[in-house]
Each structure stands twice: as C-alpha cells, then as structure tokens.
Design a protein around this ligand. Sequence first.
Ligand SMILES: [Cu+2]
Length: 151
Amino acid sequence: MKHTLALIISLALLTGSAYTADKKTKDTAAAEAKATSPKGAKVYIIFPKDGKSVKKKFTIKFGLKGMGIAPAGIKFPNTGHHHLIIDGAKFDMNLPLLASEQIKHFGGGQTEAAIELPPGKHTLQLVFGDHLHRPHNPPVLSKAISITVEE
Ligand SMILES: [Cu+2]
C-alpha cells in the first residue's frame, strides 16, 4: 500500500503538477463529491511561530496529522496537498481554490516552501485540499497565525 502510493506520487511528480484552473478540473470538481477527511485530521504551521518576526525570504514548514500528502491530481483516500492563504484571502470551501499571490498551491506535495513577503504584518493559514484543490469535507484548516516580516 505504502509502495503503491509512493509510486503514484513519483509518477505525478515526473509529469509535473503545475496548477491551472482549467475547464476539465472545474467540470470534474462539479461532478465529483469532495474528498472526505478523517476525524482528528489537522494541519498546522510548524515554522514560523505565531507572533514571531521573520526575514523577507523565509522557509515556511507545514505540519500534518492524521492524513497523508499526495500531489494534486492524485485521488487517494485521506490525502491532499497544502495551500497557503496569505493575509486572509477569501475562498469558497466548496470550489477548487484559485491560485493567486495570496493563495498558493503546493501541488507537488511539498511540506515546506521558500516564500517572500513584503515587510510588515501578515497572516498565514493553511488549508488542506483534495486532488481537485478543494477543501475536504469536513475542511482541514490551520489556525491563522500573525507574523512580522522584517525590513
Ligand atoms: Cu491545490
């Protein structure tokens, strides 16, 4: 089972998984029920910590409990990929998350990422998404943390 998932993941990584909200994804998302999340599933931001200051360029680390990582496009029970919501960007719980400067997809299955933000206060929140970039049912969200990006 573990090997099968690893194989699927490496195949997906080879074929690349740049996310575009193409028509096929939207049609599939409309026709297919959202993936479910198990009880107790949790995402959280390991680094930075709430209330701390960081440099302009820093590496954010994503934590996950009770579920597994799979790249975007790979349908496998109790898995998904991370999305980072910056400064409280709005999104619809029932639709594929858009991709923007404030909603970042980590569809390659990344568990950390180098990001750069302008100096000042920012909020960061994680939303776990299914193979079609939709929050699970029930949704798995982290607490929104506040950080200060140094000049
Ligand atoms: Cu996504």
